[in-house]
Ligand binder design. Structure first.
Ligand SMILES: Cc1ncc(C[n+]2csc(CCOP(=O)(O)OP(=O)(O)O)c2C)c(N)n1
Ligand code: SF4
Ligand SMILES: [Mg+2]
Length: 347
């Protein structure tokens, strides 16, 4: 007999529970922003109804890069070298074009040692979601300044940072990224909707998430701290990702206040204006927004730029849809017997 006390487990469109998308228990500091990002990744892949086995996650080195262990335990995964995650994803995308590729990186991993790789993976439009968990320090090696540390940031053991920061959204935009967004670990609703849209993008999607390091860079006045983020975040829109199957039911949004941007698979993202007219399909407006944010220290979050990407790097190559590593032995050519005959002929 059913126990009436038993609570029903929520299932997604393919019948899986959220627990099917979990990873190992996190070993990061309690309160680290990276833990929130991991949670929202598993939540968004669950809500999208993607089988975990159709996702592969890659990273470099850093607390952020350790994060791939803490979500989607059933997915493929590879923890690589510092700053070299893009090279791994670039190789992997050719193995099976149906797999969704997630790259997790830190601001040190991307903006310092890996900047060249970051820019080239964008230029090549590798179909992936590139997530930077940006805390403005090298967390893993005990809090040195990174290339996104704020100018004038003072840290206990480092002194004062005298170098200006790089803005990774700006770098992504000028390198040709067709999806550029910024979010904040303290704004989980926005982050989740952006993650879902990013996963459904056809080419590269870059998501710079301000993800505070509570151990080395969380003073209230630090640009990448929770307090500063909560008090200063200026979202440019309220976002809702609408899957293809539900597109028809989304007519309750008021025209004029909202804007729908279609993604290549028929799903869309609904953008509800907050406090300024902003068109995320206008690259010049996106550049202006980012430069203004940098100059005036405005913590702008949301979908900064989107351009539908009908093709990506894989379309430049004559690839079959079904990857060779998924073919059963009886469909391989030459077959085993023919290979053996060939080998014998060389003896
Ligand atoms: C080639 C190389 N150089 C330096 C290091 C040392 N190292 C490990 S992690 C790291 C920086 C990590 O910072 P970030 O990417 O911002 O990640 P976080 O820990 O802040 O999440 C550095 C410099 C390394 N592992 N390999
Ligand atoms: S040192 Fe910082 S970045 Fe690393 S786990 Fe702790 S809070 Fe997170
Ligand atoms: Mg960092």
């Amino acid at each position: 007999m059913d126990n009436p006390q038993t609570t029903k487990v929520e299932r997604n469109s393919i019948g899986l529970a959220l627990s099917d998308y979990r990873g190992k228990a996190s070993t990061l500091c309690p309160g680290c922003g990276h833990n929130t990002v991991s949670n929202q990744i598993q939540q968004s892949i669950f809500e999208l109804g993607l089988p975990p086995e159709m996702v592969a996650k890659f990273s470099g080195i850093g607390c952020s890069s350790k994060g791939i262990n803490y979500f989607l335990q059933r997915s493929f995964g590879f923890n690589g070298l510092h700053g070299r995650m893009p090279a791994l994803v670039s190789g992997a995308c050719f193995a099976d074009r149906r797999i969704k590729l997630l790259g997790i990186s830190g601001d040190g991993d991307t903006a310092s040692i890996g900047l060249g790789h970051f820019k080239h993976v964008i230029r090549r439009n590798v179909p992936m979601v590139y997530i930077i968990e940006n805390n403005g320090v090298y967390g893993l090696t005990k809090g040195q300044f990174s290339a996104t540390s704020d100018l004038g940031l003072e840290l206990k053991r480092q002194g004062k940072n005298f170098l200006p920061p790089l803005d990774l959204c700006l770098e992504a935009l000028i390198s040709g990224a067709k999806f550029v967004a910024r979010s904040f670990a303290g704004d989980i609703k926005q982050m989740k909707e952006l993650l879902k849209a990013a996963v459904m993008q056809n080419g590269i999607a870059v998501l710079d998430i301000i993800s505070p390091c509570v151990t080395f860079n969380n003073r209230d006045d630090a640009l990448q701290s929770y307090t500063w983020g909560r008090e200063n975040e200026c979202p440019i829109q309220e976002l809702t990702y609408v899957p293809r199957a539900r597109a028809i039911q989304v007519k309750d949004f008021q025209e004029g206040e909202t804007r729908e941007v279609q993604l290549h698979d028929g799903s869309s993202i609904i953008l509800k204006k907050i406090n300024r007219e902003y068109d995320p399909t206008d690259k010049h407006a996106a550049l202006e927004l980012l430069i203004e944010a940098q100059e005036k220290r405005i913590f702008t979050t949301g979908l900064i730029y989107i351009e539908n990407s009908p093709t990506n790097i894989l379309d430049e190559f004559d690839l079959v849809d079904e990857p060779l590593n998924r073919l059963s032995p009886d469909r391989l050519r030459p077959d085993r017997a023919a290979l053996e005959r060939l080998n014998l002929s060389y003896q």
